[in-house]
Design a protein around this ligand. Structure first.
Ligand code: FE2
Length: 422
């Protein structure tokens, strides 16, 4: 017996509607006469594989205003506020906040998450809490944890030892923050340290790199060189890289080709960096994003991250990757027809490749892991930041929603209205 049939699904990247069957957790072909325990007519709604969050700081979520607000709204005040909040972290405090966000992400269709975790804490409280939570939620939301030295590896007392301890404790990925180290030389050394540590333990690398407006911040080139020398292509991600918006184009041209040669994955974080970068500009104000379109033109895998949810750096958001894609559509000027479809790939298949998610994608015989959006096309999904009406994992319903029904009084008559072009 088939467990579920989803009729009239609009699969991303296709033109015709498809019926999807679900049996024993996998997708199967079904015909018009087939029946199932549950049959849902999707009415042409868009179906994608699960959303993948490649970059978030779960340990900091929901701490906005604690222990004090970020008055200037700047990145550096955010780091100072967070350093004080870290002093109050507890195992339960971290787990309680993260469980709430994981529920929000699940409701948005996110099933795979890479979270940076600040390890500049001699007791590694946040990492302990998240390593245990990773087991608790496995199979519902799969977590990858990055050992992230928020205050630096060499600029923080005992930073290098804490990185090694974090790996022993079970971090999946090694991070870094070279532009925040005390000197350019320390920054270069911190990249080499992170790459060597990951290489030694067979782990991936994901470094906060050049998250500054300073056009002299040039650590992505060190990442690319180390990746090529160590043969780590495909396992290394550069996150933020906002300084690329300030580089001269001759340097950026050479750098982008080396990024492509190294096979780096890139993550841009449109929400945080739209409000954090360009803070010292008096006009024109830089946009705060990496060179997304130039990287894509060179064949580089570029992903969208959410970065923060209600923390000292970004007071908004609820963990929905689609909001970040919507912002990039505007500030990254990605409103072309093909670009709108590419934005959906940047929150699904692209980050799945960066995280190495196994058995990912919609195909007959593959896992029944999917997300249904309450809109028919990628353009409508973005335009409406469309609610997710159904989320399946292994054929099981993990989230469902009944979107709001709107009515208007039009010439004295109350009538329904929806936001699709009729
Ligand atoms: Fe980040």
């Amino acid at each position: 017996m088939t467990d579920m049939i989803l009729r009239n699904a609009q699969l991303a990247g296709t033109q015709t509607l498809t019926d999807l069957g679900v049996r024993d957790g996998r997708l199967i072909e079904v015909g018009p006469a087939d029946t199932a325990a549950e049959i849902i007519d999707l009415g042409g709604r868009l179906v994608t594989p699960p959303l993948v969050e490649p970059h978030i700081h779960l340990d900091a979520v929901l701490t906005v205003g604690q222990p004090r607000p970020n008055v200037s709204g700047s990145l550096f005040e955010g780091i100072a506020v967070w350093a004080d909040r870290v002093a109050d972290l507890s195992y339960a405090d971290v787990q309680d906040r993260v469980r709430q966000i994981l529920r929000w992400q699940l409701a948005c269709g996110v099933q795979h998450v890479r979270s940076h975790v600040d390890v500049c804490d001699p007791q590694l409280r946040a990492l302990h809490a998240l390593v245990d939570l990773r087991e608790e939620v496995r199979g519902v939301i799969d977590l990858q944890l990055v050992a992230f030295p928020q205050q630096g590896i060499f600029g923080f007392d005992g930073g290098a030892d804490l990185m090694r301890k974090a790996v022993e404790l079970g971090a999946d990925v090694v991070g870094g923050i070279p532009h925040y180290e005390l000197t350019r030389e320390d920054g270069v050394e911190s990249v080499r340290f992170a790459m060597a540590l990951a290489d030694e333990h067979g782990l991936a690398v994901d470094i906060h790199c050049d998250e500054t407006d300073d056009d002299h911040s040039r650590f992505v080139e060190v990442m690319a060189a180390e990746t090529i020398r160590r043969g780590m292509s495909g396992r290394v991600t550069a996150s933020h890289t906002t300084a690329m918006h300030s580089y001269n184009s001759a340097y950026a041209y050479r750098l982008i080709r080396n990024i492509a040669r190294a096979g780096l994955h890139m993550v841009t974080n449109p929400l945080d960096n739209s409000v954090l970068q360009g803070r010292f500009d008096t006009g024109p104000v830089r946009r705060g994003h990496t060179r997304v379109k130039e990287l894509q033109a060179a064949g580089v895998n570029v992903c969208i991250g959410h970065d923060s949810v209600m923390d000292p750096w970004y007071p908004l958001g609820y963990g929905d990757p689609l909001q970040a894609a919507f912002v990039l559509a505007h500030l990254g000027q990605m409103s072309g027809d093909a670009e709108l479809r590419r934005l959906i790939e940047m929150i699904t298949v692209n980050p799945a490749a960066a995280l190495g998610v196994p058995d990912y994608g919609l195909r007959m015989g593959g896992p029944a892991d999917l997300v249904v959006f309450d809109a028919p096309t990628e353009a409508d999904v973005l335009r409406l930041i469309a609610p997710r009406t159904l989320v399946l994992r292994g054929g099981k319903v993990l989230a469902r929603a009944t979107p709001a029904q709107h009515t208007v009084r039009w010439q004295g008559v109350e009538e329904p209205v929806n936001f699709l072009r009729s």
